[in-house]
Design a protein. Structure first.
Length: 451
C-alpha cells in the first residue's frame, strides 16, 4: 500500500477491523428462523446499529421489512450541498452446510495462511466492516465530503425481498446520487474490479406425486409409477447432453464480450476434480455471466441410510434458475414452470411454487461515478487498472433501486473474489483485499465529491 494518508489510516485500523469482524461473524445470522434463532439475526442488526451510532450516524433505525427480518439504516450528514452516497451490505449469511467440512468452526473468525475464515467473512459482513473502515479513514483525514446513507440488509441470502418491498413502500429513504453495493468482488484477488452485470434468479419448488402411499417395491415395482423416478426425469430434462441449461422457450446462446475467464483458472477456482469436464458450451464467461443456468438445490426423498425397498409416492425438489441480463425473471419463471409441467412423465401429478425471484442487472460503466472509482482503485491497487466483469450471482435489490432511482449511478464492489469460496465450506476473506478496497472506497467518496 502507498504512503497515501488514507491508506496509512486504514492500515492502522486493520487490527480493529479484525476484532469487529470476529464479533460479527460470531452471530449465526441465517435468516431462516426454522434453522437458526431469530435472536442471532437481531443481535447482528443491533451490533451494526450501535457501530453506526458510534460513528456519528443519525436516524439509525432497525427497519422491520415485510418478510419478517430487519434491515439497519443510518444517515451521516456531510457538508451543505454535498452529494449523497448510499453504501449497501448485508449481515445475513448462508447456513454453514456441512460443519464437518470446515477446518475451523464456521462462526468463529480464524486466521490461517494469511486469510480470515468464517461464515460471512467475505459475504457480506466483511462488506459492513469495509464501509466502516472507509468512513473512519476519511474522518481522520479531513472529514467525509458527502452525505452518507448506510443500509445493511437482513435477508439478502434468502431472496425473500424484504428490503426490496420496504424500499418500494418508502422510496424517499434510500434516495442518493450514487449507490455503492459492497456485495460483489474482484475478478481475482489483487485485480481491482467493478461488476457490470448480475444474473437474476428464480427459485421454484417442485412437487411430484404418483401414489396414495409408498408401496413394496417387490410387490408393485415395475408397474407402479415411482414419483422419485418421475422427478429425476423432470430434472434431467433441464439440461442438454453437454450440461447446458435447456428450458423450453428460454434462449441460451448469448455471448460475453468483456473480460474473459480462462478455463484453467475457472477449474482451479471452482476446484473441479481432475478428469471431470466443465458443462455447457461457449466461453466460460458466456456460461457464467451471459446465459441461464439451472441448479437443483435440494431433493426431498428418503436418505440412503435407513431407506426401505419402497416405490416412492411423492418427491420434491428446489430448483434455482439464474437469469442473464435482458431476460425478465418473471417470464423465465413461467417458462421454467411450463417446462417442468410439460416434461413430467407418466401423467404424474406435478405442482410448482415460486418462492423467490430477483431481476438481472446491468450497470452504466460510462458514468462519472465509475470514473471516480477507477481513479481510486488505481491508487489503492498500484500498477493496476480497474476492470469490469460480470457476476453469475444475483443481488435482487439492485434492480429495485435502479427502478426506483433511474438517475442514480450504481457501482458494485466487494470482497467475494474466487478464493473467498462464498456459500461453501471454509469461506474466507483476504485482509489485503479488505484493506485495499476500504482505501478505494474512501478515495472514491473523496473523488466523487469533487467531480
Amino acid at each position: 500500500m502507498s504512503s497515501n494518508p488514507v491508506a496509512e489510516t486504514v492500515a492502522s485500523l486493520m487490527p480493529r477491523a479484525k476484532a469487529e469482524l470476529t464479533e460479527l461473524v460470531a452471530f449465526k445470522s441465517v435468516a431462516d428462523f426454522d434453522q437458526y434463532p431469530r435472536s442471532e439475526s437481531e443481535g447482528a442488526a443491533n451490533w451494526i446499529a450501535d457501530a453506526l451510532r458510534s460513528e456519528g450516524f443519525q436516524d439509525v433505525a432497525l427497519l422491520d421489512t415485510p418478510d419478517g427480518t430487519q434491515s439497519v439504516y443510518g444517515f451521516l450528514p456531510g457538508p451543505e450541498g454535498a452529494k449523497t452516497v448510499l453504501l449497501y451490505a448485508h449481515y445475513d449469511v448462508q447456513p454453514p452446510l456441512d460443519e464437518a467440512a470446515w477446518a475451523t468452526p464456521p462462526f468463529e473468525l480464524v486466521e490461517r495462511d494469511g486469510r480470515w475464515y468464517g461464515r460471512g467473512a467475505a459475504d457480506c459482513k466483511g462488506g459492513v466492516v469495509m464501509h466502516l473502515l472507509a468512513l473512519r479513514a476519511l474522518k481522520a483525514n479531513g472529514g467525509v465530503p458527502v452525505h452518507v446513507k448506510v443500509i445493511v440488509e437482513g435477508s439478502e441470502e434468502q431472496g425473500t425481498g424484504g428490503l426490496e418491498r420496504y424500499a418500494e413502500e418508502h422510496p424517499e429513504l434510500l434516495t442518493a446520487d450514487t449507490i455503492v453495493i459492497g456485495d460483489a468482488g474482484n475478478f481475482r484477488a489483487g485485480l481491482p474490479t467493478v461488476t457490470a452485470t448480475l444474473r437474476g434468479m428464480t427459485l421454484v419448488r417442485v412437487q411430484v406425486d404418483t401414489l396414495e402411499g409408498n408401496l413394496h417395491s417387490g410387490q408393485f415395482g415395475g408397474a407402479a409409477p415411482d414419483a422419485l423416478a418421475a422427478l429425476i426425469r423432470v430434472l434431467d430434462s433441464l439440461r442438454a447432453k453437454d450440461g447446458s441449461t435447456t428450458v423450453d422457450g428460454l434462449a441460451g446462446d448469448s455471448a460475453w464480450d468483456g473480460l474473459q475467464y480462462e478455463e484453467q483458472a475457472f477449474r482451479e477456482d471452482a476446484k473441479v476434480l481432475d478428469g471431470v469436464e466443465l458443462i455447457g458450451s461457449g466461453t466460460v464467461a458466456d456460461r457464467v455471466w451471459a446465459r441461464p443456468a439451472v441448479t437443483v438445490l435440494g431433493i426431498d426423498c428418503p436418505p440412503v441410510v435407513g431407506a426401505t425397498p419402497s416405490v416412492q409416492a411423492g418427491a420434491r425438489a428446489l430448483v434455482s434458475l439464474r437469469v442473464p441480463p435482458g431476460v425478465d425473471a418473471g417470464e423465465a419463471t413461467k417458462l421454467l414452470q411450463a417446462h417442468i409441467e410439460a416434461h413430467t412423465p407418466w401423467g404424474a401429478r406435478v405442482s410448482t411454487e415460486q418462492i423467490g425471484q430477483g431481476q438481472a442487472f446491468r450497470a452504466d460503466t460510462s458514468s462519472p461515478a465509475y470514473a471516480s472509482m477507477a481513479e481510486a482503485m488505481a491508487v489503492a491497487y498500484p500498477g493496476q487498472e480497474m476492470q469490469s466483469a460480470g457476476m453469475g450471482g444475483s443481488i435482487p435489490l439492485c434492480n429495485t433501486l435502479a427502478s426506483l432511482y433511474p438517475r442514480t449511478e450504481i457501482l458494485l464492489i466487494g470482497l467475494s473474489e474466487p478464493e473467498a469460496q462464498i456459500h461453501a465450506a471454509n469461506e474466507s476473506v483476504s485482509p489485503d483485499e479488505l484493506e485495499r478496497l476500504s482505501v478505494a472506497e474512501a478515495l472514491f467518496l473523496r473523488n466523487y465529491a469533487a467531480s
